[in-house]
Design a protein around this ligand. Structure first.
Ligand SMILES: Nc1ncnc2c1ncn2[C@@H]1O[C@H](COP(=O)(O)OP(=O)(O)OP(=O)(O)O)[C@@H](O)[C@H]1O
Ligand SMILES: CC(C)(CO)[C@@H](O)C(=O)[O-]
Ligand code: BAL
Length: 286
């Protein structure tokens, strides 16, 4: 069957299609993104297609989640290419609102999740997760998905959105999906295009250090020592500037001395290479 895709840019039109899908008793899967699609995004769309009758992908670079000195203006955008990739991954509706459609007036409402937002990216990007929680709430209100697919590359985002959905009894199931990597281990990210060849080469230390951390974890190395060894390993790269390396319990993001068997542990990092901020993580248990 030929996959067709409809691009929609207004909330009103999106609602018409959602209403019709619901009338036909179809299940709706949503994949929220900021576009400039890569295999990571497409893996979410395919997972949605396997599990839902109708797949809605949103592409919206959300100004609310960017700090004043961050890359909102220069965030990569290519809607023509994205449309074709989304279609080939089984997306039925591509929701691409302008900022003026999503925020026609100054926003006086803010959705804020506490605790799990107070460290890692939440600490280094103040207000970021308020912006995420607010726009995700709004997208869920518009699309009313039964399932929403998020990548574990943004593991803290999964923890924040899952907490929000549980706390506010939102009628949607969050489906976390595994990190997709390049053949050499670099986690796929739209921001990888910013990297110079030298920065990209050095950035391989991130996935390498996470693999090493996993081995140390199984050997019973203390979590604090794992953190210190990773910092030493990444610091050997002249172009790397570490924002954080943390080992915490997941998904509540609480520091623990040593993991107990079966308990999920996240090793999470954010490191800058030149102007590019990369994140990566590993979630595992002993
Ligand atoms: N490598 C990846 N593997 C799996 N999911 C991913 C990957 N990269 C992004 N995603 C997921 O895609 C969704 C949209 O993310 P987003 O559009 O911010 O892409 P991104 O590549 O993470 O961008 P950036 O790294 O520049 O923030 C999120 O749920 C995110 O976790
Ligand atoms: C979930 C999201 C689309 C909200 O803007 C964004 O944070 C992202 O792309 O991960
Ligand atoms: N994937 C997280 C979106 C952001 O960096 O703003």
């Amino acid at each position: 069957m030929i996959q067709t895709l409809e691009q929609i840019s207004t909330i009103a039109e999106m609602r018409v299609h959602i209403k019709e899908a619901r009338r036909q008793g179809k299940t709706i899967g949503m994949v929220p993104t900021m576009g400039y699609l890569h295999e990571g995004h497409l893996s979410l769309a395919r997972a949605a297609k396997e599990n839902c009758d109708v797949v809605v992908m949103s592409i919206f670079v959300n100004p609310l989640q960017f700090g004043p000195n961050e890359d909102f203006e220069r965030y990569p955008r290519d809607i023509e290419r994205d449309r074709e990739l989304a279609r080939s991954a089984g997306v039925d509706f591509l929701f691409t609102p302008e900022v003026s459609e999503m925020y026609p007036k100054p926003m006086l409402t803010n959705v804020s999740v506490s605790h799990v937002t107070e460290l890692l990216c939440g600490k280094s990007r103040p207000g970021h997760f308020d912006g995420v929680a607010t726009v995700v709430t709004k997208l869920f209100q518009i699309v009313q998905p039964d399932y929403a697919f998020f990548g574990q590359k943004d593991a803290q985002q999964v923890a924040v959105v899952s907490q929000m959905v549980a706390d506010l009894s939102m009628p949607v199931q969050i489906v976390p999906c595994p990190i997709v990597r390049e053949a050499d281990g670099l986690a796929m990210s739209s921001r990888n295009v910013y990297l110079t060849p030298e920065e990209r080469e050095e950035a391989l230390v991130l996935s390498r250090s996470l693999k090493q951390a996993e081995a140390w974890l199984y050997e019973g190395v203390a979590l604090r020592d794992i953190q210190e060894r990773m910092i030493a390993m990444i610091s050997e790269m002249p172009l790397a500037a570490i924002e954080y390396v943390e080992v915490l319990r997941y998904p509540d993001l609480v520091p623990v001395e040593q993991p107990t068997p079966g308990e999920s542990i996240i090793v999470a990092l954010a490191v800058r290479f030149g102007k590019t901020r990369l994140i990566d993580n590993l979630i595992t248990s002993i």
